[in-house]
Design a protein around this ligand. Structure first.
Ligand SMILES: *[C@@H]1O[C@H](CO)[C@@H](O)[C@H](O)[C@H]1NC(C)=O
Ligand SMILES: *[C@@H]1O[C@H](CO)[C@@H](O)[C@H](O)[C@H]1NC(C)=O
Length: 376
């Protein structure tokens, strides 16, 4: 006969092995939320809204008009792409133009289409989201307050550095009953902009994040087995510094997409203006590439006139630009607005993802398959 204690521990073992999202599972950062899962047909679609730049010149007519158009783009994309997940990849708000007393109201406005559609989503934040009257932290807290389908999380204490509160990861499961996720979305905070006291903030992912990646990946290996079992994607608003050198050898026949924004000071993490020419994002960048396996792409916004994907031969990883999604922020005639979408398939998950840019008029362009042969 089984004693009560044995029955209990057998029960918890069974629960653990089935990966039930309970307090018993030490590696479920979202005990109160449903698991994000692939569709039953084995596909998963992700759309990235980047550089939405809400809130420009609220005292004028053109700023609010821009935001109305940006909301139309968002609703259009949601109905066309039917994404399973949405990433807001930074510069959601042009903080320079916001007022202290109501700046986070813009978070309510810009997440409305996603909240209406009840789609899981999460955010990185950009240099324009850290300004005198707005911070990454204020946006993050407002998002969590109003959006039940947000998976954004705050970095643990001591991780991220000043102005860098959003470093976290989200597990994506093939099936909700799986013991381990098949795909991990990593989100990093590249900071930038200025503090509420008006001081310039560093524009690279803080070194403390490198140590945190090491400890998180170790915990994942312990709970879920080798990192090679899972695929991964990285999202960070300001591109890693290496992106600047990649542009010099871009071949638009092989690596399609608008390339109208020359990268220089301020365009990538740890650019010369702030770091005296040193690559201060290297602790972060080296650790991303040594600890995260099957990394399908590193995805950034920030430079509105670029939308290509290219391999960094040194790390053997593909970096992609988003598509500028909002009518706010700088632009030039012909650049247009849209989103980058990623389509994952369980069959090829560890080695490939398909991506394209969906423009405001519904057209689809620059479709690429990011696999071992891409951009060689
Ligand atoms: C915030 O307040 C300002 C000044 O009253 C107003 O012009 C602006 O539209 C408000 N913004 C939001 C997002 O509510
Ligand atoms: C910040 O908000 C205050 C209060 O609404 C406003 O007076 C000020 O102009 C804003 N500052 C900036 C830099 O936008």
């Amino acid at each position: 006969m089984l004693t009560g204690a044995v029955v209990l521990s057998l029960l918890s073992l069974a629960w653990l092995s089935q990966g039930f999202p309970t307090a018993l599972n030490p590696l479920n950062p979202y005990p109160d939320k449903p698991r994000v899962t692939f569709k039953p047909d084995g596909s998963f679609t992700l759309s990235v809204f980047s550089d939405l730049h809400f809130g420009e010149n609220p005292w004028d007519t053109w700023g609010p008009e821009q935001d109305r158009k940006s909301l139309v783009i968002m609703r259009d994309v949601l109905s066309r792409e039917k994404p399973d997940y949405i990433v807001l990849n930074g510069d959601q708000i042009t903080g320079e133009n916001t007022f202290k007393e109501n700046s986070t109201t813009l978070v309510n406005i810009l997440t409305q289409p996603i909240r209406d559609a009840k789609i899981p989503f999460s955010s990185t934040y950009g240099n324009h989201d850290n300004q005198v009257n707005i911070t990454h932290l204020a946006e993050l807290e407002q998002e969590l307050k109003i959006a039940p389908t947000s998976y954004t999380r705050r970095s643990p204490p001591g991780v991220g550095g000043p102005g860098g509160e959003a470093n976290y990861w989200v597990p994506i499961y093939a099936k909700s009953t799986d013991a381990a996720p098949s795909l991990i979305f990593w989100f990093f905070d590249s900071r930038g902009g200025i503090s509420t006291e008006g001081k310039a903030l560093p524009d690279w992912v803080d070194e403390s994040v490198a140590q945190w990646i090491e400890s998180e990946t170790a915990v994942m290996e312990k709970a879920w087995g080798p990192a090679e079992n899972r695929a991964a994607m990285v999202f960070v608003h300001i591109p890693p510094h290496v992106m600047e050198s990649l542009q010099k050898t871009l071949n638009s026949a092989k690596e399609p997409g608008l390339n109208a924004d020359p990268l220089g000071v301020g365009s990538t993490q740890s650019s010369e203006s702030t770091s005296g020419g040193q690559d201060l994002d290297l602790p972060f960048w080296n650790t991303v590439n040594s600890k995260i396996k099957n990394l399908l792409a590193v995805v950034s916004g920030h430079d509105h006139g670029n939308e290509w994907c290219k391999r960094d031969p040194a790390k053997d990883v593909v970096l992609c630009f988003d598509k500028h999604s909002g009518y706010g922020g700088y632009s030039k005639g012909g650049w247009g607005y849209g989103t980058r979408t990623f389509q994952f398939s369980l069959k090829t998950l560890k080695s490939s993802v398909t991506s394209w840019v969906r423009m405001e008029d519904g057209s689809k362009k620059d479709q690429v398959t990011l696999d071992k042969n891409y951009s060689r």
